[in-house]
Design a protein around this ligand. Sequence first.
Ligand code: SAM
Ligand code: SF4
Length: 462
Amino acid sequence: MKYINEERINNLLVDATKFDSRKIDAILNKAKLLKRLTLEESASLLAVDDLVYMQKIFSAASFVKDKIYGRRVVLFAPLYISNLCANNCLYCAFKADNSLIKRRALNPLEIIDQTEWLLGHGHKRILMVCGEDAPGGKANVDYYVEAVRAIYAAEVGKNKIKRVNVNCAPLNIDEFKKLKASGIGTYQLFQETYNHETYLRMHPKGPKSDPDNRIDAIDRAFTAGIDDIGIGALYGLYDYRFETLGLLSHVEHMEKKFKVGPHTISVPRIEPADGAELSFNPPYKITDEEFKKVVAVLRLSVPYTGIIISTRENPEMRDSLLSLGVSQVSAASRTSPGGYSDFDKEDTGGQFSLNDYRSLDEVIATLVKHDYIPSFCAACYRMERTGEVFMDMAKPGTIKGKCSINALVTFKEYLDDFASEPVRKSGYKMIERYFKQLDHLEQEKLKVLFAHVDSGVRDEYV
Ligand code: SAM
Ligand code: SF4
């Protein structure tokens, strides 16, 4: 596979098997200085299974998470617009050969309808997701652009969607330019597996069967001017250590060629998907402890990159991953096109089954209980703090002050408009507590923004 040196990864994994406590301590000390780790250092951390040292890795990851992101957690919801798909990924319910699901591509009015459901429950950030229609099919780039416009056009009261990130099939450079012009935030694409042989086996048919075209899509997106990029691996297809070093090699490639790493990394684990037999028994099932280690090692290796967790994980796992490095979570999700209309019914026809069915309000209640500030902020995107500019601010942690203010303002907007009574009460108390921790200047800025929100203005940020 292009850009991924499998031999180097395999050699690093072999070399890392000899446990050396002094070496691990030195790596953790370096990581706590918020320094990017080398591939070799990440490999050494991934090889650790000593319980005491696992705890050391976890507490170092918590330390780094706290230094860069503070207590903020960004919330979003996926919006599946189409399940038409020409590929046959062995793990996915949308695969072309699966006749168990109904195929559907939402039209702009249906997309507005779904978005208004999400807005009406308090969401402000959407990840637009779709299958990969056959070349010449109707779910093409023009359809994506129309869908993004529909999402931004939806409104409930004064609330509108602030940022649409997109997870769709690879495009060519001109198509990426069109997508960028529609106003997207992050373009997200998961390589699924960085092991060439596994990739070929898992993707037997359709445009996705070419691994180089897929990994090159990230470069094409950059070339087209999209500088907030999300990458990911689907855990369960191949050895988790290899996949994690694969992700980090991909980061190295991006940093070398474009001077900026990924904005986010996603770590989906394979979940059961109707009609996709492999998903019920993934070949390299990763345990919960191994999965926590992956998140912690990623947090330590690329401290400035956001880590995303979806509702594939159950509430308990999501809670523990937050302290290990996750900075963005989805909430109240459906993975079938049109799925929000029947939110109270079981989600059938989805891409895979979920493990967290809580409402947004319930997720927020738990975040507040654990002292995390729920954030719906999209200020960086609005202020064009993307790509290298964002990274330069994120790296030394200078963005933190702005983030705290923006998180508190967007949280207040949620509390005023959508929260249940108990969440409103505990939320306001939390805001009061965090307000006191800001310096005088920040407090003055926040007071002005709060007054605007009280007078009915929405979407305030610095
Ligand atoms: N169809 C496009 C593609 O494959 O890149 C874009 C979106 S696809 C719907 C989003 C992601 O869902 C895939 O990249 C894959 O990692 C993940 N996925 C597919 N099947 C899954 C399963 N059974 N469990 C968990 N995640 C799955
Ligand atoms: Fe289609 Fe994406 Fe599912 Fe593969 S993962 S079958 S490309 S929707």
